[in-house]
Design a protein around this ligand. Sequence first.
Ligand code: FAD
Ligand code: NAG
Ligand code: NAG
Ligand code: NAG
Ligand code: NAG
Ligand code: NAG
Ligand code: NAG
Ligand code: NAG
Ligand code: NAG
Ligand code: NAG
Length: 555
Amino acid sequence: MAFVLKSLILGLALNTVAQGDAPQGGWDIIVVGAGPAGIIVADRMSEAGKKTLLIEGGGPSYGITGGTDAPDWLKGEQNVSRVDVPGLYKSIFADQGKLTCQNETNAFGGCTIGGSSAINAGLFFQPPASDYDLYHAEGWKYKDVKPSIDKVYAKVPNTDIYSEDKKLYLQSGYDAARKWLVDGANYTNVNINDQANNKEKVFGRPIFDYDNGQRGGPATTYLQDALKRNNFKLVINTRVKRIDRTGGLANGVTATVNSTDVTYKLNPNGRVILSGGALQSPQLLMFSGIGDPAIRSNLTAGGMLKDVTQPWINNTAVGDGLFDNPNTFIEFEGSTIESYVYNYTDPIEADAKLWLDSRSGPYSFASETSSFWDIIKHSDGSQTGVQGTIDSAGFGTYTSNQTITLNIYGTSGLKSRGKVVFNEKFQPGASPETYYSDPRDADDIATFIFSIFQKLDASLLKPLNIPLNSTKNEIRDYITSSTDYTRGQVNHWSSSCRIGSCVDVNAQVVGTNNIHVVDGSIVEPLTVNPQFGIMIAAERASELILKLNEPPCED
Ligand SMILES: Cc1cc2nc3c(=O)[nH]c(=O)nc-3n(C[C@H](O)[C@H](O)[C@H](O)COP(=O)(O)OP(=O)(O)OC[C@H]3O[C@@H](n4cnc5c(N)ncnc54)[C@H](O)[C@@H]3O)c2cc1C
Ligand SMILES: *[C@@H]1O[C@H](CO)[C@@H](O)[C@H](O)[C@H]1NC(C)=O
Ligand SMILES: *[C@@H]1O[C@H](CO)[C@@H](O)[C@H](O)[C@H]1NC(C)=O
Ligand SMILES: *[C@@H]1O[C@H](CO)[C@@H](O)[C@H](O)[C@H]1NC(C)=O
Ligand SMILES: *[C@@H]1O[C@H](CO)[C@@H](O)[C@H](O)[C@H]1NC(C)=O
Ligand SMILES: *[C@@H]1O[C@H](CO)[C@@H](O)[C@H](O)[C@H]1NC(C)=O
Ligand SMILES: *[C@@H]1O[C@H](CO)[C@@H](O)[C@H](O)[C@H]1NC(C)=O
Ligand SMILES: *[C@@H]1O[C@H](CO)[C@@H](O)[C@H](O)[C@H]1NC(C)=O
Ligand SMILES: *[C@@H]1O[C@H](CO)[C@@H](O)[C@H](O)[C@H]1NC(C)=O
Ligand SMILES: *[C@@H]1O[C@H](CO)[C@@H](O)[C@H](O)[C@H]1NC(C)=O
């Protein structure tokens, strides 16, 4: 009862602020952020009959979402924007348009319908069972998430034959890498998702979540299903500033639309689900007065808490444990290699025609030709995952016609953990400890590079930025030094609001009654690129949240 009274008072206090149009009595579910996780959770909530509002800070992306940004050569196509063409993936680094979070985060990412799934390469790898059994909390083991994996497969098409003419393009890098790793280093050639649990010395073609030669993913599948329901609403260009709450009970959210504040109200049994990604969900919790008390004076001094009238909720795990893959680029040259550079405005005419006529050719994929994994085992029984992905072109100062790039990542089991920290504009980013703060991580990645270098014939592929005869220690020193090829951010953000500390098993923020985080934040470091695993987490969290009883009254 006390709660009802307080929320009435709150409602009066806010009567000068516009009310977002809402169903009678408020929303059952407000989801903040239309990335892969937010789209899935909003689809599942609305499917279960909940009156669901999905709020996205950014604007349109794919053609079917209203996106129109495109180079001239695409202008004749219906419902096609630059986002829909897989081969234009890298152009977003050069010309971000309105798709990215450049004004929102101190990192590169997508702030648009689809989140980073609208700007990423579309690599779509199922995490191995060990990622759940070794690293995730009870309730999130492989047996618990297996049905969620099946649900993702049932909704989202994916393939390793991306070109609609069923031909493979730009294969010179693949051919050389297979000779090196499969013929020379005893890697097993597999279909990566058919043998998802096997990540020890495996090699294969990348799997992508493309559909009919165009970018696919949650925005072309789950979101389209949700939009058909009349209990679902998507609002865009609407950035949530804070959760309105009475103690630990959320009553709604306040957002900025066209520089005006708008409140969206929850009904008394409703829930707020934050899906802003692993940098921005912790930010929104802190801006709502929920987080580590140590950050409070900084936020107060910056004026960020001036509209937060309720007592601070201590939760030191908000933003703590942030993960990203440490990355190293290795540039290779080889006499059999023909590199390929994509071009936004002026693609090779025949290649543009292939895509326009039949959704085929180089523009039907984002340039990765091969991928491989291994496991580094430690004497204490623990292990670290390591991954390589090969691209069709060189990078930096190594851009001859016969150059390709290998991205080396450290993955699951890495021990370095960072934090979400703010810059002077209060944009969230990664603290320096995110990469290599635990020396074991660099040692593991150097071990991996050293081991594959031992099996490489320089007449097939010659590494250009690090000598093939380097010792393991030389490799370790190189990958941890700051160069254009090392220490780059991959922007695979995860693990900043982990299950068991920041949120409970139901993805509910510890210290609150009805506030959840469902996105990369709640996922432990994975062996593979994170999008598939984040989608699995959204399916699993949706099941758990739908099972929860109505939240108890405050007091
Ligand atoms: C360049 C790049 C390439 C990548 N390539 C791959 C790949 O090939 N394969 C792969 O598996 N992964 C890849 N990733 C990673 C993958 O895209 C992300 O892990 C994934 O998109 C994260 O999903 P998410 O739901 O956690 O959040 P996000 O995708 O970050 O989505 C969050 C959304 O919430 C919105 N939002 C945030 N805060 C607010 C707020 N306060 N109010 C309103 N809206 C808000 C944002 O605008 C954004 O649209 C890549 C990432 C990048 C940046
Ligand atoms: C384009 O999108 C609109 C709106 O979703 C749809 O009605 C139309 O059929 C689409 N056209 C094509 C060619 O896909
Ligand atoms: C970022 O902010 C600048 C300055 O306010 C503005 O000109 C630009 O359009 C903004 N970019 C996006 C993507 O919103
Ligand atoms: C090659 O790998 C297989 C497992 O895939 C293993 O049984 C075999 O011993 C390996 N051979 C060498 C020479 O390492
Ligand atoms: C914001 O302003 C734009 C341009 O004036 C308008 O089209 C849009 O509907 C406005 N959005 C809201 C939610 O009022
Ligand atoms: C929150 O943390 C602050 C600072 O450590 C402490 O003073 C306060 O008592 C804590 N509040 C609660 C409710 O635990
Ligand atoms: C794209 O092609 C144009 C015209 O040939 C050229 O000027 C430009 O440099 C190319 N861009 C890239 C990124 O290669
Ligand atoms: C690179 O190769 C392409 C064709 O594969 C050719 O058109 C181009 O002239 C070559 N560039 C150089 C610098 O050799
Ligand atoms: C808050 O902390 C950030 C990061 O340390 C710093 O850049 C900023 O100046 C601080 N702001 C205030 C108002 O103390
Ligand atoms: C690698 O080879 C170069 C010359 O080819 C030599 O100078 C260097 O000492 C070698 N490094 C190691 C670690 O053997």
